[in-house]
Design a protein around this ligand. Structure first.
Ligand code: EPU
Length: 292
């Protein structure tokens, strides 16, 4: 704890990360902190830098697989209320990085603001969604983002406006250490119509994806113009297993963790899928999830 002396009330050692992820797998964080405010967050980041420790930002843990040996350095979780506020002003929604994307979507709809409803069913936080430009066939979060406040590895807060932001398929130029807050410019619409659209999309998603299972959403990115799920399905891999990890029978780009599954099982199954899709269909799949 020498590296974080003076921060004993905020920093824990050896916090298990599995309960913080949707996969529910993997080892502990060397150091883990849930800072109560921005000042403490900045101070922690500066201390980690001075101590030469890597820093990782944990969002909702829904797109993440943690290795069995755990994560060296400091894992920060922006769970305090100050990081998860949601505020609506005219046709703009302000949200803290720790706010759940689902809450931001429901608040927007209630206020008669449209755009984000196409993202219904995507788990995780605003920070995580912006980091990977989460999206669906109907659009992505980046297209509605007009401003973001970020924190650098040096502990400095920087404002980034629309002209300064680049979003592409599952990619965003918000690559500083942490996203703190974002502002979305939405379109006025009828809440009843928005709710109907959202419900339709939610029903389609629930039918196509194993959402009630332990998984991390789509494992691989879609190769340009193709669907990774369709390719894995075509390669005959639905139901393929390693230990407790299984390629979902509902959607082949999901790996679901059954009872007793380990991170190693998932990693081996990922390798198997990659190798067989390359061998049978000549396509190299790229990971969408993060592995720590
Ligand atoms: N398909 C199959 N077999 C499967 C899965 C899909 O044949 O096992 C076919 C479907 O029948 C459809 C096509 O592949 O004709 C595309 O499938 P789908 O509409 O489910 O979309 P996707 O391209 O597989 C993408 C995103 C999802 C997002 C959905 C819906 C990626 C990697 N996936 O999936 O995002 O929810 O569109 O908008 O971009 C995620 O990022 O974690 C994720 C789940």
């Amino acid at each position: 704890m020498a590296s974080f002396s003076g921060f004993e009330e905020i920093v824990k050692t050896g916090e298990p990360l599995a309960p913080h992820t949707w996969f529910g797998l993997g080892g502990p964080a060397q150091f883990f902190a849930e800072p109560p405010g921005v000042d403490q967050l900045q101070a922690l980041v500066v201390r980690a830098k001075d101590s030469g420790l890597p820093v990782h930002l944990l969002g909702g843990g829904s797109n993440l697989l943690v290795r069995p040996e755990g994560v060296p350095g400091l894992v920060i979780h922006l769970s305090a209320p100050v990081f998860s506020h949601i505020e609506v002003k005219a046709n703009e929604v302000f949200a803290g990085a720790g706010a759940k994307l689902g809450h931001v979507i429901s608040t927007s709809i209630r206020e008669g603001l449209g755009g984000l409803e196409t993202l219904v069913g995507i788990p995780g936080t605003i920070g995580g969604a912006l980091h990977g430009n989460a999206g669906s066939r109907g659009g992505d979060i980046g297209q509605w983002t007009c401003h973001a406040t970020v924190l650098t590895t040096a502990g400095r807060i920087i404002e980034r406006s629309r002209e300064d932001l680049v979003f592409a398929y599952r990619h965003s130029s918000l690559d500083e250490l942490a996203i703190l807050e974002a502002r979305f410019q939405l379109e006025q619409d009828d809440p009843v119509e928005l709710t109907k659209r959202m419900q339709k999309q939610w029903i389609q998603k629930k039918a196509a994806q194993p959402l009630g299972h332990q998984s991390a959403g789509c494992i691989f990115k879609n190769p340009r113009g193709m669907s990774a799920g369709m390719l894995i399905d075509q390669a005959g891999l639905k139901g393929a297993r390693v230990g407790g990890a299984e390629v979902s029978n509902r959607h082949a780009n999901f790996i679901v963790a059954e009872q007793g599954c380990t991170t190693q099982d998932v990693l081996q199954l990922i390798e198997k899928v990659k190798t067989q899709v390359a061998a049978r269909l000549g396509v190299d799949l790229e990971l969408e999830i993060e592995i720590w």
